[in-house]
Design a protein around this ligand. Structure first.
Ligand code: Z5A
Length: 217
């Protein structure tokens, strides 16, 4: 059976990932492509438990950056083995709300963790199983902050960080996009929704043209 296709969605706070996800779901469905959806941290029962621990901890004890990094990869190890790889091996298309680039951006850029350590964990846990396509919703952090404020949802532990943290996160995302332009497609998210959707549509059309050979009956 043909190997499935793997898409990830990334962006900083308030970039509009959740909004874009709905659009992508509908667009792929219209193109007769069945996609399974997941997210990180999370995607399996154990990984969702780790998500709660890392984003909404019950304890007042501070979570060390090293612990946060390892928890992100612990969740990812579970997610890879129990969900992502079985789906890809079954020939499915899979799309995830955040993946490996988030670890480089948030733990490497935001927290200032050593990139070599992240690369070692990446090699071990993800290896060659990288997304075929990554959509990076890019927005200046101050605009993203304003949007997130307007949305008014409760903040998680990482969203409580200061603006400088998200500036560093964005810088790493953009650096990675520059290093891997074939995979990571930058979507300017600082424009009205219809213009964001139009950029996403162009990228998906190109991807589908290259990667989707069969359609549902
Ligand atoms: N994390 C990590 O640190 N390391 C890792 O390895 C991984 C993750 C995998 C969970 O992410 C956290 O985990 C995340 C990184 C960390 N922490 N932070 N920050 P998440 O994806 O679950 O949570 P999130 O990043 O906060 O995403 P979100 O809450 O879903 O926000 P969003 O999707 O980017 O935004 P939205 O809800 O779609 O849009 C925000 C508002 O703007 C909303 O009211 C929209 O209606 C509005 N909007 C959207 N698009 C537009 C446009 N174009 N114009 C105007 N208004 C718009």
């Amino acid at each position: 059976m043909a190997q499935g296709k793997f898409i990830s969605l990334e962006g900083t706070e308030g970039a509009g990932k959740s909004t874009a996800l709905q659009f992508i779901k509908q667009y792929l469905l219209k193109a007769n492509i069945d996609v399974v959806w997941t997210r990180e941290p999370g995607g399996t029962e154990v990984a969702e438990d780790i998500r709660r621990l890392v984003l909404h901890p019950m304890s007042f004890e501070e979570i060390e950056p090293e612990t946060e990094l390892l928890l992100m990869f612990a969740a990812r190890a579970q997610h890879m083995k129990k969900y992502i790889l079985p789906a890809l091996n079954a020939g499915k298309w899979i799309a995830t709300d955040r993946f490996i680039d988030a670890s480089y951006a948030y733990q490497g850029g935001g927290r200032g963790m050593e990139m070599n350590y992240i690369a070692m964990l990446d090699k071990w846990i993800v290896g060659t199983n990288y997304p075929h396509l990554t959509l990076l919703l890019d927005i200046p952090p101050e605009i993203g902050f304003q949007r997130a404020e307007l949305r008014g949802a409760e903040k998680d532990r990482i969203e409580e960080e200061k603006m400088e943290f998200f500036v560093r996160v964005r810088d790493v995302y953009l650096q990675r996009a520059k290093q891997d332009p074939a995979r990571i497609k930058i979507i300017d998210a600082n424009v009205p929704l219809f213009a964001v959707e139009s950029q996403i549509r162009n990228v998906l059309d190109e991807f589908i043209k290259t990667h989707h050979s069969s359609t549902r009956p």
